[in-house]
Design a protein around this ligand. Structure first.
Ligand SMILES: NC(=O)c1ccc[n+]([C@@H]2O[C@H](COP(=O)([O-])OP(=O)(O)OC[C@H]3O[C@@H](n4cnc5c(N)ncnc54)[C@H](OP(=O)(O)O)[C@@H]3O)[C@@H](O)[C@H]2O)c1
Length: 269
């Protein structure tokens, strides 16, 4: 079933903004304006999507129901005040890492209805996951609009405690990068073992793709799917023993997620 998506203003059509836009397009986005000054952004136009270089160029009659803020956090102070004029009716959805609801509200007017959301790039193929928190100024109707928009790019969940957005940023916001690094490392390890480059690449990619598809198709826990590959005294068991020796992967992952969570907190400071 397709949901009617709200009329949308997307501020920042870069990697994450364009990934979400691709997901919305698949879901039948009707009216959208993208503000992005970079020359590459023009390619996002078409199928009801207009691209302009600055807030001043937004067509006069365009009244967005939702404004998605997808610029880099360090651009926020310069970019956001131009959108305060929509604060009377639109819900603002900020996907900027580490920018608190309070900080975004301060740039748009304290009464602005702000949703802080953390998506990830699989949104472009509607396989993302977005976790969001909303300010007290967001009405029931705006909550519904924001949820329709964010759930159109994949899985979606609300949280009540804004502090949880820091570990969310570390785990699902950045998570695709860790999976892609794993793909790169598998390919490199294949090369090191003498596999032909094209085959090493294909094996690494298809193993990650196939494992994700199996996880999606199965009701089993990830641990059980792992155990199903691991024959006692076999080759996989030997590899897993290396990955877990001295707590290697578990420790590295805990530390990596801790570092990213702390960075998200620093950005909010
Ligand atoms: N990438 C991810 O996986 C991911 C995941 C979750 C959340 N996020 C968040 O998403 C936001 C965008 O990240 P990104 O990776 O998509 O960055 P990005 O690729 O650099 O995209 C930002 C875009 O905004 C444009 N821009 C700069 N100033 C602007 C302005 N005043 N008005 C409108 N557009 C402007 C940039 O153009 P120029 O290149 O010409 O400066 C660029 O096209 C960040 O706040 C980040 O924390 C990203």
């Amino acid at each position: 079933m397709t949901t009617r998506l709200p009329s949308l203003l997307l501020v920042g059509g870069g990697r994450m903004g364009s990934a979400m836009l691709a997901g919305w397009r698949e879901q039948g986005l009707t009216a959208a304006v993208v503000v992005d000054p970079s020359p590459g952004a023009a390619a996002l136009a078409g199928d009801g999507v207009t691209v302009v270089a600055s807030a001043a160029d937004i067509p006069a009659g365009f009244v967005p129901e939702a404004v998605v803020l997808a610029v880099k956090p360090q651009m926020a102070a310069e970019a956001l005040p131009a959108y305060a004029r929509f604060a009377g009716h639109a819900v603002f959805i900020s996907i900027m890492a580490g920018k608190t609801i309070h900080a975004v509200g301060a740039m748009l007017g304290v009464k602005a209805a702000v949703v802080r959301a953390m998506p990830n790039t699989p949104a472009s193929v509607r396989q993302g996951i977005t976790v969001a928190v909303r300010s007290a100024h967001v009405s029931a109707r705006q909550t519904e609009l924001a949820q329709d928009l964010l759930a159109a790019t994949g899985a979606f969940a609300w949280v009540e405690d804004e502090n949880l957005l820091d570990p969310v940023t570390a785990i699902s916001g950045g998570g695709p990068a860790y999976v892609f690094l794993l793909t790169e490392l598998l390919e490199q390890a294949g090369l090191d073992q003498g596999l032909p480059p094209a085959l090493a690449r294909q094996m690494a990619r298809q193993t990650v793709i196939g494992s994700a598809a199996l996880l999606a198709a199965s009701d089993e826990e990830a641990a059980n799917l792992r155990i199903a590959v691991t024959s006692p005294k076999g080759t996989t068991e030997r590899a897993l023993a290396v990955l877990r020796a001295d707590d290697a992967w578990p420790k590295t992952f805990r530390e990596a997620i801790q570092a990213a969570t702390e960075r998200s907190r620093e950005l909010s400071g």
